[in-house]
Design a protein around this ligand. Structure first.
Ligand code: SF4
Length: 360
């Protein structure tokens, strides 16, 4: 039987078909309804209507009494001038997280970004999510709730949620089990049917996590947050580099690609005067030599001062162009990631920890 750590009732998003069946059987009712109920729950983005499902009054009453339909409540919904929607979701177990829905390049499709932790312990100096440290890991069900919210928002605007990236608050590899459990529910055929290949898990370069993901052959896309091609610069802006330096994280990412056959993404946030020189572009080109991967260049999104007290800025347009040109001349498959939702602090690196009392 599923109970939650804070003794609150479990929510439907905490359950698998098997665990819900166990509950229903324990109540002396037909466990057969579990699969249909949960499938509909995921299909509708958590907007399931028990009445329409015709599961019977007795089960409906029992479910309503014993299991929460949702464990997250919308505390705030902000819409950017470019249509990006940022949610602040209050969680029953305490705290709040942000998740973001963006338009995809293809009309009628949308992409979602979810958080894996409340706050982050990694200390990347250009990222707002880490400014107050790590509050806690999210449970798998709390990650699923973000997905459900994003799917429902997309559906309500006539779009289909087609990709999901773990690039919100937190380092997914530091909450590996819950992240993978959530992905299993979201992607798998018995629940979310989203598909593994539509999901991207990013990491700042936690080598054991990358290797574990490769060994388990989860078939998701891996995104490595590189941000600098040399250890001196990277250690300055990504403290975890002191533990896992550039050579090791690149080797792990190559192992992932070799083992899974998936093409990884290399994320590179361009900071004016820090990691945007011609020399660094050439070094990045060198690192990418013979490696089939996509480099996503992300012009920095402003967050005020970083943990070190440094205030970063975006390189001027001509520097961005020069950096890209050097990479492409070196044969690297590189693109600029379009910045979305900057005016509502929904862009990369801008999601932050907001402490909210458990009011839901
Ligand atoms: S960039 Fe990612 S890993 Fe680094 S502090 Fe921000 S959320 Fe954490």
């Amino acid at each position: 039987m599923i109970t939650t750590s804070s003794n609150t009732r479990s929510a439907l998003s905490d359950h698998t078909v098997a665990s819900l069946k166990t509950h229903i059987a324990h109540w002396g009712m037909n466990p057969h309804h579990a699969a249909r109920l949960l499938k509909e729950y995921y299909r509708t983005g958590g907007r399931v209507d028990f009445n329409e499902l015709k599961i019977g009054n007795a089960l409906e009453t029992k479910l309503s009494a014993e299991i929460e339909l949702r464990q997250a409540t919308m505390l705030e919904r902000k819409v950017s001038s470019d249509g990006t929607v940022k949610f602040l979701l209050g969680l029953k177990r305490g705290g709040a997280v942000e998740a973001v829905l963006m338009d995809s390049a293809t009309p009628g499709r949308a992409a979602g970004c979810v958080s894996s932790q409340i706050g982050c312990a990694m200390g990347c100096d250009f990222c707002a999510s880490t400014k107050r440290g790590l509050e806690r890991n999210l449970e798998a069900g709390e990650i699923v709730e973000q997905f459900l919210q994003l799917r429902a928002e997309a559906l309500s605007s006539g779009r289909q949620l087609r990709t999901l990236v773990f690039m919100g608050m937190g380092e997914p590899m530091q909450n590996y089990d819950n992240v993978v459990t959530a992905v299993e529910r979201i992607a798998g055929e018995d629940l979310g049917e989203f598909g593994w290949r539509q999901i991207c898990i990013s990491t700042v370069g936690i080598v054991p996590g990358i290797d574990r993901l490769a060994d388990e052959d989860r078939n998701v896309v891996l995104a490595l947050s590189l941000h600098a091609p040399d250890d001196e610069t990277r250690s300055r802006i990504v403290p975890m580099n002191k533990r896992y330096p550039v050579s090791e994280i690149m080797a792990a990412t190559r192992r992932y690609a070799d083992k899974t056959g998936r093409i990884p993404n290399i994320e590179y946030c361009l900071l004016n005067g820090i990691n945007d020189s011609d020399e660094q572009a050439r070094m990045l080109g060198e690192l990418m030599r013979g490696f089939r991967a996509h480099v996503n260049l992300i012009p920095y999104n402003w967050i005020g001062t970083g943990l070190s007290g440094t205030e970063y800025s975006q390189p001027p347009p001509e520097r961005l162009t020069a950096f890209m040109t050097i990479l492409r001349d070196a044969g690297v498959h590189a693109h600029f990631r379009k910045t979305r939702g900057e005016d509502v602090n929904a862009a990369c690196g801008q999601l932050r920890e907001i402490t909210v009392a458990a009011t839901v």
